[in-house]
Design a protein around this ligand. Sequence first.
Ligand code: HEM
Ligand code: HEM
Ligand code: SF4
Ligand code: SF4
Length: 210
Amino acid sequence: MKTTATAYVAMNPRRCTACWECVGKCPKKVIGKTGILCHRHVAFKEADACIGCGKCIKTCPQGVFFKPGEAVADRRVSAGMAFRMERLLPLAFVASAVTGVGLHLAGHGASHEVWHNWSVAHVVASFLWLLSVALHVKRHKDWYKALISKSAFNGRRVTFALSVCFLAVAVTGILLVACVEGANSSLGLWHYKLGIFLLALSLLHALRRR
Ligand code: HEM
Ligand code: HEM
Ligand code: SF4
Ligand code: SF4
Protein backbone atom coordinates (compact mmCIF):
# COMPACT_ATOMS: atom_id res chain seq x y z
CA MET A 1 0.00 0.00 0.00
CA LYS A 2 1.30 3.52 -0.82
CA THR A 3 1.24 6.11 1.97
CA THR A 4 2.85 9.44 2.76
CA ALA A 5 3.63 8.61 6.41
CA THR A 6 4.99 5.80 8.58
CA ALA A 7 4.87 5.75 12.38
CA TYR A 8 8.19 7.69 12.42
CA VAL A 9 8.50 9.77 9.25
CA ALA A 10 6.23 11.71 6.92
CA MET A 11 6.92 12.96 3.41
CA ASN A 12 5.96 15.67 1.00
CA PRO A 13 6.21 13.88 -2.37
CA ARG A 14 5.72 17.16 -4.28
CA ARG A 15 9.28 18.12 -3.37
CA CYS A 16 10.71 14.87 -4.74
CA THR A 17 12.87 15.17 -7.87
CA ALA A 18 13.11 11.40 -8.37
CA CYS A 19 16.88 11.10 -7.84
CA TRP A 20 16.21 7.80 -5.99
CA GLU A 21 19.08 8.39 -3.50
CA CYS A 22 16.84 7.52 -0.56
CA VAL A 23 15.45 4.30 -2.05
CA GLY A 24 18.73 2.41 -1.68
CA LYS A 25 19.58 4.02 1.68
CA CYS A 26 16.51 2.77 3.54
CA PRO A 27 17.61 -0.39 5.40
CA LYS A 28 14.08 -1.82 5.45
CA LYS A 29 13.11 -1.15 1.81
CA VAL A 30 10.22 1.00 3.00
CA ILE A 31 10.59 3.55 0.22
CA GLY A 32 9.45 2.78 -3.32
CA LYS A 33 9.08 4.57 -6.66
CA THR A 34 5.76 5.61 -8.14
CA GLY A 35 4.24 7.79 -10.90
CA ILE A 36 5.01 8.12 -14.61
CA LEU A 37 7.28 10.23 -16.85
CA CYS A 38 7.73 13.68 -15.34
CA HIS A 39 5.44 12.83 -12.44
CA ARG A 40 7.81 10.38 -10.72
CA HIS A 41 8.24 10.49 -6.95
CA VAL A 42 8.70 8.32 -3.88
CA ALA A 43 6.04 6.67 -1.75
CA PHE A 44 6.17 4.53 1.37
CA LYS A 45 5.46 1.08 -0.01
CA GLU A 46 6.08 -0.86 3.22
CA ALA A 47 5.20 1.72 5.87
CA ASP A 48 4.82 -0.90 8.62
CA ALA A 49 8.45 -1.98 8.20
CA CYS A 50 9.85 1.49 9.08
CA ILE A 51 12.16 1.45 12.12
CA GLY A 52 12.58 5.23 12.31
CA CYS A 53 16.34 5.21 11.66
CA GLY A 54 16.05 8.64 10.00
CA LYS A 55 18.37 7.80 7.09
CA CYS A 56 15.80 9.05 4.58
CA ILE A 57 15.62 12.44 6.33
CA LYS A 58 19.42 12.77 6.24
CA THR A 59 19.79 11.53 2.67
CA CYS A 60 17.19 13.50 0.76
CA PRO A 61 18.68 16.73 -0.65
CA GLN A 62 15.18 18.11 -1.27
CA GLY A 63 13.89 17.83 2.30
CA VAL A 64 11.07 15.48 1.28
CA PHE A 65 11.07 13.60 4.60
CA PHE A 66 10.38 15.06 8.01
CA LYS A 67 9.29 13.94 11.46
CA PRO A 68 5.50 13.84 11.81
CA GLY A 69 4.30 16.96 13.59
CA GLU A 70 7.29 19.03 12.42
CA ALA A 71 6.24 22.37 10.93
CA VAL A 72 5.70 21.85 7.21
CA ALA A 73 4.86 25.38 6.20
CA ASP A 74 8.29 25.96 4.65
CA ARG A 75 8.29 22.57 3.04
CA ARG A 76 5.84 23.41 0.31
CA VAL A 77 7.17 23.20 -3.21
CA SER A 78 7.82 26.50 -4.93
CA ALA A 79 4.10 26.73 -5.60
CA GLY A 80 2.37 29.15 -7.90
CA MET A 81 3.29 30.27 -11.42
CA ALA A 82 6.79 28.78 -11.60
CA PHE A 83 5.62 25.35 -10.47
CA ARG A 84 2.70 25.30 -12.91
CA MET A 85 4.90 26.59 -15.72
CA GLU A 86 7.38 23.72 -15.24
CA ARG A 87 4.47 21.30 -15.39
CA LEU A 88 3.97 22.49 -18.97
CA LEU A 89 7.26 20.82 -19.90
CA PRO A 90 6.02 17.62 -21.59
CA LEU A 91 3.10 19.38 -23.29
CA ALA A 92 5.23 22.26 -24.62
CA PHE A 93 7.83 19.68 -25.70
CA VAL A 94 5.27 17.83 -27.86
CA ALA A 95 3.90 21.13 -29.23
CA SER A 96 7.40 22.38 -30.15
CA ALA A 97 8.26 19.07 -31.81
CA VAL A 98 5.04 18.76 -33.81
CA THR A 99 5.11 22.39 -34.97
CA GLY A 100 8.87 22.12 -35.75
CA VAL A 101 8.34 19.11 -38.01
CA GLY A 102 5.19 20.76 -39.49
CA LEU A 103 7.20 23.89 -40.22
CA HIS A 104 9.90 21.88 -41.94
CA LEU A 105 7.36 20.07 -44.14
CA ALA A 106 5.57 23.37 -44.91
CA GLY A 107 8.97 24.71 -46.06
CA HIS A 108 8.80 22.17 -48.90
CA GLY A 109 5.21 23.18 -49.80
CA ALA A 110 4.02 25.92 -52.15
CA SER A 111 1.97 28.11 -49.77
CA HIS A 112 3.85 30.83 -47.91
CA GLU A 113 0.79 31.49 -45.76
CA VAL A 114 0.69 27.90 -44.49
CA TRP A 115 4.44 28.10 -43.70
CA HIS A 116 3.87 31.38 -41.89
CA ASN A 117 1.11 29.85 -39.71
CA TRP A 118 3.35 26.92 -38.76
CA SER A 119 6.12 29.37 -38.03
CA VAL A 120 3.99 31.39 -35.57
CA ALA A 121 2.75 28.19 -33.89
CA HIS A 122 6.32 26.89 -33.61
CA VAL A 123 7.73 30.10 -32.14
CA VAL A 124 4.94 30.27 -29.52
CA ALA A 125 5.24 26.56 -28.60
CA SER A 126 9.05 26.69 -28.50
CA PHE A 127 9.02 29.83 -26.35
CA LEU A 128 6.79 28.03 -23.83
CA TRP A 129 9.12 25.04 -23.89
CA LEU A 130 12.13 27.30 -23.45
CA LEU A 131 10.50 28.88 -20.41
CA SER A 132 9.47 25.58 -18.82
CA VAL A 133 12.93 24.07 -19.42
CA ALA A 134 14.53 27.17 -17.87
CA LEU A 135 12.50 26.55 -14.69
CA HIS A 136 13.26 22.82 -14.82
CA VAL A 137 17.00 23.56 -15.11
CA LYS A 138 16.81 26.16 -12.33
CA ARG A 139 15.29 23.54 -10.01
CA HIS A 140 18.13 21.19 -10.92
CA LYS A 141 20.93 23.77 -10.58
CA ASP A 142 22.63 21.58 -7.94
CA TRP A 143 22.95 18.84 -10.55
CA TYR A 144 24.98 21.21 -12.76
CA LYS A 145 27.07 22.38 -9.79
CA ALA A 146 27.86 18.72 -8.94
CA LEU A 147 28.76 18.05 -12.57
CA ILE A 148 31.22 20.96 -12.63
CA SER A 149 32.76 20.37 -9.19
CA LYS A 150 33.12 16.58 -9.52
CA SER A 151 33.61 16.46 -13.31
CA ALA A 152 31.83 13.10 -13.04
CA PHE A 153 29.94 12.19 -16.20
CA ASN A 154 29.09 8.59 -15.33
CA GLY A 155 25.33 8.14 -15.43
CA ARG A 156 24.96 11.79 -16.43
CA ARG A 157 25.79 11.58 -20.12
CA VAL A 158 22.26 11.77 -21.51
CA THR A 159 21.26 14.76 -19.40
CA PHE A 160 24.57 16.50 -20.21
CA ALA A 161 24.20 15.88 -23.97
CA LEU A 162 20.58 17.02 -23.70
CA SER A 163 21.61 20.27 -22.01
CA VAL A 164 24.24 21.08 -24.67
CA CYS A 165 21.89 20.17 -27.50
CA PHE A 166 19.07 22.20 -25.97
CA LEU A 167 21.33 25.23 -25.80
CA ALA A 168 22.35 24.80 -29.46
CA VAL A 169 18.72 24.47 -30.61
CA ALA A 170 17.62 27.46 -28.53
CA VAL A 171 20.46 29.67 -29.83
CA THR A 172 19.92 28.70 -33.49
CA GLY A 173 16.15 29.18 -33.02
CA ILE A 174 16.64 32.66 -31.57
CA LEU A 175 19.10 33.55 -34.39
CA LEU A 176 16.55 32.35 -36.95
CA VAL A 177 13.79 34.57 -35.66
CA ALA A 178 16.14 37.54 -35.21
CA CYS A 179 18.21 37.43 -38.42
CA VAL A 180 16.97 34.96 -41.06
CA GLU A 181 14.10 35.48 -43.50
CA GLY A 182 12.20 32.63 -45.20
CA ALA A 183 12.40 28.85 -45.23
CA ASN A 184 15.22 26.33 -45.70
CA SER A 185 18.23 28.50 -44.90
CA SER A 186 21.33 26.52 -43.90
CA LEU A 187 20.95 27.76 -40.30
CA GLY A 188 17.31 26.61 -40.45
CA LEU A 189 18.38 23.14 -41.59
CA TRP A 190 20.96 22.90 -38.81
CA HIS A 191 18.35 23.99 -36.30
CA TYR A 192 16.00 21.31 -37.64
CA LYS A 193 18.60 18.52 -37.53
CA LEU A 194 19.67 19.49 -34.01
CA GLY A 195 15.97 19.72 -33.10
CA ILE A 196 15.36 16.10 -34.16
CA PHE A 197 18.41 15.00 -32.14
CA LEU A 198 17.10 17.00 -29.18
CA LEU A 199 13.76 15.24 -29.39
CA ALA A 200 15.46 11.84 -29.28
CA LEU A 201 17.57 12.89 -26.26
CA SER A 202 14.56 14.37 -24.45
CA LEU A 203 12.62 11.14 -24.91
CA LEU A 204 15.57 9.12 -23.62
CA HIS A 205 15.98 11.50 -20.66
CA ALA A 206 12.28 11.27 -19.73
CA LEU A 207 11.86 7.54 -20.32
CA ARG A 208 14.99 6.52 -18.42
CA ARG A 209 13.30 7.58 -15.18
CA ARG A 210 11.91 4.25 -14.08
C1 HEM B 1 10.43 16.45 -22.51
C2 HEM B 1 11.23 17.14 -21.83
C3 HEM B 1 11.71 16.74 -20.44
C4 HEM B 1 11.09 15.94 -19.50
C5 HEM B 1 9.75 15.24 -19.59
C6 HEM B 1 11.98 15.90 -18.35
C7 HEM B 1 11.74 15.19 -17.20
C8 HEM B 1 12.60 15.11 -16.14
C9 HEM B 1 12.36 14.39 -14.93
C10 HEM B 1 11.09 13.59 -14.66
C11 HEM B 1 13.41 14.54 -14.10
C12 HEM B 1 13.59 13.98 -12.69
C13 HEM B 1 12.55 14.43 -11.73
C14 HEM B 1 12.11 15.88 -11.80
O1 HEM B 1 12.94 16.79 -11.86
O2 HEM B 1 10.90 16.14 -11.83
C15 HEM B 1 14.36 15.37 -14.79
C16 HEM B 1 15.58 15.72 -14.28
C17 HEM B 1 16.45 16.58 -14.91
N1 HEM B 1 16.26 17.22 -16.12
FE1 HEM B 1 14.71 16.94 -17.35
N2 HEM B 1 13.08 16.67 -18.60
C18 HEM B 1 12.95 17.19 -19.88
C19 HEM B 1 13.82 18.03 -20.52
C20 HEM B 1 15.00 18.50 -19.99
C21 HEM B 1 15.91 19.40 -20.66
C22 HEM B 1 15.69 19.95 -22.08
C23 HEM B 1 16.95 19.63 -19.81
C24 HEM B 1 18.18 20.49 -19.98
C25 HEM B 1 18.28 21.47 -20.82
C26 HEM B 1 16.72 18.86 -18.60
C27 HEM B 1 17.54 18.82 -17.49
C28 HEM B 1 17.35 18.03 -16.38
C29 HEM B 1 18.29 17.89 -15.27
C30 HEM B 1 19.64 18.60 -15.15
C31 HEM B 1 17.73 16.98 -14.37
C32 HEM B 1 18.36 16.49 -13.05
C33 HEM B 1 19.41 15.47 -13.32
C34 HEM B 1 18.87 14.15 -13.80
O3 HEM B 1 18.09 13.54 -13.07
O4 HEM B 1 19.24 13.74 -14.92
N3 HEM B 1 15.51 18.18 -18.74
N4 HEM B 1 13.85 15.71 -16.02
C1 HEM C 1 14.25 25.14 -27.68
C2 HEM C 1 13.45 24.77 -28.58
C3 HEM C 1 13.24 25.53 -29.87
C4 HEM C 1 13.24 26.89 -30.08
C5 HEM C 1 13.46 28.00 -29.07
C6 HEM C 1 12.95 27.08 -31.49
C7 HEM C 1 12.80 28.29 -32.11
C8 HEM C 1 12.64 28.48 -33.46
C9 HEM C 1 12.51 29.74 -34.09
C10 HEM C 1 12.48 31.06 -33.36
C11 HEM C 1 12.42 29.54 -35.43
C12 HEM C 1 12.30 30.61 -36.51
C13 HEM C 1 10.91 30.72 -37.02
C14 HEM C 1 10.80 31.78 -38.07
O1 HEM C 1 11.81 32.11 -38.71
O2 HEM C 1 9.68 32.28 -38.26
C15 HEM C 1 12.47 28.13 -35.64
C16 HEM C 1 12.41 27.52 -36.88
C17 HEM C 1 12.38 26.16 -37.07
N1 HEM C 1 12.40 25.18 -36.09
FE1 HEM C 1 12.62 25.51 -34.11
N2 HEM C 1 12.80 25.85 -32.08
C18 HEM C 1 12.97 24.90 -31.13
C19 HEM C 1 12.89 23.53 -31.30
C20 HEM C 1 12.71 22.89 -32.53
C21 HEM C 1 12.58 21.49 -32.72
C22 HEM C 1 12.58 20.48 -31.56
C23 HEM C 1 12.43 21.27 -34.08
C24 HEM C 1 12.26 20.00 -34.84
C25 HEM C 1 11.85 18.88 -34.49
C26 HEM C 1 12.47 22.53 -34.75
C27 HEM C 1 12.35 22.73 -36.10
C28 HEM C 1 12.34 23.96 -36.73
C29 HEM C 1 12.27 24.17 -38.16
C30 HEM C 1 12.19 23.10 -39.24
C31 HEM C 1 12.31 25.54 -38.38
C32 HEM C 1 12.28 26.25 -39.73
C33 HEM C 1 13.68 26.55 -40.16
C34 HEM C 1 13.73 27.26 -41.49
O3 HEM C 1 13.57 26.60 -42.50
O4 HEM C 1 13.95 28.48 -41.46
N3 HEM C 1 12.64 23.50 -33.78
N4 HEM C 1 12.61 27.50 -34.41
S1 SF4 D 1 16.24 11.43 -2.07
FE1 SF4 D 1 14.56 12.89 -1.94
S2 SF4 D 1 14.40 13.75 -4.03
FE2 SF4 D 1 15.62 11.88 -4.17
S3 SF4 D 1 14.08 10.28 -4.65
FE3 SF4 D 1 14.34 10.29 -2.43
S4 SF4 D 1 12.70 11.65 -1.74
FE4 SF4 D 1 12.95 12.03 -3.91
S1 SF4 E 1 13.20 6.14 8.82
FE1 SF4 E 1 14.70 4.58 8.13
S2 SF4 E 1 13.44 2.73 7.90
FE2 SF4 E 1 12.00 4.45 7.97
S3 SF4 E 1 11.69 5.01 5.81
FE3 SF4 E 1 13.35 6.32 6.57
S4 SF4 E 1 15.22 5.20 6.04
FE4 SF4 E 1 13.54 3.72 5.87
